[in-house]
Design a protein around this ligand. Structure first.
Ligand SMILES: [Zn+2]
Length: 237
């Protein structure tokens, strides 16, 4: 009896042990599967991050250009319309961003001292006006949108709506207004040499693959706001 008792006592804990072991081993298995899964998941994440870090410097300039390309419409980047309180009238029918007024007028004065007479042809243009220009001229000239876009920006995509763009002519050669021929005027030659001093830059040079060469169209980059506006455009250069 004593022995049986002992055996019983011995058996009971044994049975208890087995019954306890089964759920814990299932739990352990689950834990192992979860751990393996997590390990795999984090390895994949880590691999991806490493690949991105490695690829980034190589493809950086390309992806920037692609992003800009996706924002473009017929080769033009989008530009918001300037708020009216930042516009100033510099002469009848010519309004510009207040940031560039002084520099623009100073540039014209300096040119005059050198015997060059700059004439301002077009400054700020509202998106509504750009809309009229783009669609009316397109039909007058019997051009489709893509052809027209080479010489005029679609509404919402013109530098003129920012107030930082100015079309300039030569007061002594008005027949060259808005013509490629303007590049052969004294005014253009003077601008090429001096405009940078006044923070003006030619927007559409001969290398632009989307938009025709516009020797008369200059933009101002002499304030932080202006630089922000043309950041995307400059990033491509
Ligand atoms: Zn222009």
């Amino acid at each position: 009896m004593e022995q049986n008792k002992d055996l019983d006592q011995f058996d009971i804990p044994l049975a208890k042990r087995t019954s306890l072991e089964t759920p814990s081993s299932i739990f352990l298995k689950k834990l192992l599967i979860l751990f393996t899964f997590l390990l795999l998941f984090f390895s994949l994440v880590a691999l991806r991050m490493i690949r991105n870090v490695e690829l980034k410097p190589l493809s950086n300039s390309n992806s920037e250009a692609e992003r800009n390309d996706s924002n473009r419409i017929l080769g033009h980047l989008p530009y918001e319309e300037i708020s009216k309180d930042k516009l100033v009238l510099i002469e009848p029918n010519i309004e510009v961003h207040v940031d560039m007024r002084d520099s623009l007028l100073k540039m014209r004065d300096e040119a005059k001292k050198d015997g060059i007479y700059l004439v301002f042809l077009s400054g700020y243009r509202s998106i509504n006006l750009q809309n009229e220009i783009f669609y009316s001229l397109k039909s007058i000239r019997n051009q489709d949108a893509a052809e027209r876009a080479r010489v005029s920006a679609p509404p919402g995509y013109s530098e003129h709506s920012t107030g930082f763009a100015i079309d300039i002519g030569d007061a002594t050669r008005r027949e060259t207004d808005f013509e490629t021929e303007f590049e052969n005027t004294d005014a253009f030659r003077w601008l090429t040499k001096n405009a940078t001093k006044f923070h003006f830059k030619l927007s559409f040079n001969k290398n632009n693959k989307y938009i025709n060469y516009e020797p008369w169209h200059w933009r101002y980059e002499g304030s932080i706001e202006a630089l922000k506006v043309f950041e995307a455009s400059n990033r491509e250069l």
